[in-house]
Design a protein around this ligand. Structure first.
Ligand SMILES: O=C(O)CCC(=O)C(=O)O
Length: 238
């Protein structure tokens, strides 16, 4: 479903938006099945916790076809088209992963996903299980996507000007249902809370941007998700 003008405005202003549409239960089931299969078989590339257990599957696009079906499907791309236009790529070398959050996994500290707003992307979180406060739902600090440059995705929260600004007290939790999608401007300060339950919280994360109209050759690190590659460079100075 396309976004309304008000939703677009809220996204630009606040830096995040919960989408109205959810993934169907059947699709969520297929995704979870594919995730558990690769976790149990420890199919690389993976990230492990301190005990060596697999807690993240990287490179989702090259795994079971269900991932490409959903990460480049209409539930996510229809609303993204309202933000990014008709030509959209999914990035292969940022996110493109599924995360298993258990009680043993530390919370994910507040961070940005990109350093520079001219290289900003839209990050989408796909929740495959309910994400509650107790299960360490995503937290955001609204409006922080427009704060200045910082030399580090995680360092920003340690910087004096951020510590003294009072903005860290403005962190808000964003609980989401199973199948829910949260769209964030990747410059917004965000992170996962601590899962204090004995249940898991599984989610997928993917990054998107508009086709780069000044890149003559598309980067091999992007996957064309919708539309076409376009080139609008003025090499002939006209
Ligand atoms: O799971 C979350 O709440 C945050 C995830 C995140 O920041 C990421 O996957 O990069």
């Amino acid at each position: 479903m396309r976004l309304t003008h008000e939703e677009i405005r809220l996204f630009r202003h606040n830096g995040f938006l919960k989408l109205k549409d959810r993934l169907p239960e059947e699709t969520v089931g297929r995704l979870k099945e594919a995730i558990w299969k690769d976790i149990q078989a420890e199919v690389e590339p993976v990230v492990r916790d301190r005990e060596g257990r697999v807690v993240r599957l990287s490179n989702l696009l090259d795994r079971d076809p269900v991932f490409q079906e959903v990460l480049t499907g209409p539930t996510v791309l229809d609303p993204l088209e309202s933000l990014l236009g008709p030509n959209i790529v999914m990035i292969k070398n940022r996110h493109n992963h599924a995360t298993l959050r258990t009680a043993s996994v530390n919370s994910d500290k507040l961070h940005r996903d990109m350093l520079q707003w001219t290289r900003d992307i839209v990050t989408v979180l796909f929740y495959l299980e309910e994400s509650t406060l107790e299960k360490g739902c995503t937290q955001v600090i609204p409006g922080t996507h427009v704060l200045p440059w910082s030399d580090g995705l995680y360092n920003i929260v340690k910087e004096d000007w951020v510590q003294q600004s009072g903005i860290l007290d403005q962190t808000v939790p964003v609980p989401m249902p199973a199948g829910g999608l949260l769209v964030i401007d990747s410059m917004i300060l965000h992170g996962a809370g601590q899962n204090t339950t004995s249940e898991t919280r599984i989610s997928m994360t993917a990054g998107y941007h508009s086709v780069d109209e000044l890149a003559e050759t598309p980067s091999p690190k992007v996957h064309l998700a919708r539309g076409q590659f376009i080139y609008k460079g003025n090499d002939n100075y006209n």
